[in-house]
Design a protein. Structure first.
Length: 97
């Protein structure tokens, strides 16, 4: 999304700025996954996945950012998020949306 509309990806500078911001967040994502994996081994399978998505994104595959069911960074993050919710024994409600 860009300014409330679907991003048509014609502005490469805008897209690159978002990818750069994701790169900064990526380091924190990896640290979170490492911390989780150290205490709960089943989180280990997340380890390389965000980096793979970021690599595809850096290579020009814009779908690797947020496209659903594409192994996108967003897909991986949402899967991790759901896994954390279940691990904590919580249930998502409409108020969480």
């Amino acid at each position: 999304m860009r300014d409330g509309a679907i991003n048509d990806h014609t502005d490469r500078d805008y897209d690159r700025a978002l990818i750069w911001r994701l790169g900064d967040i990526h380091q924190r994502t990896l640290q979170t996954i490492d911390d989780l994996s150290a205490t709960t081994p089943r989180f280990c399978h997340y380890g390389p996945r965000p980096g793979d998505a970021l690599g595809r994104l850096d290579g020009g595959d814009n779908d690797a950012f947020t496209k659903p069911l594409h192994g996108s960074y967003h897909d991986i993050w949402m899967e991790l998020h759901q896994d954390l919710i279940l691990t904590l024994g919580r249930i998502r409600t409409a108020a969480d949306a």
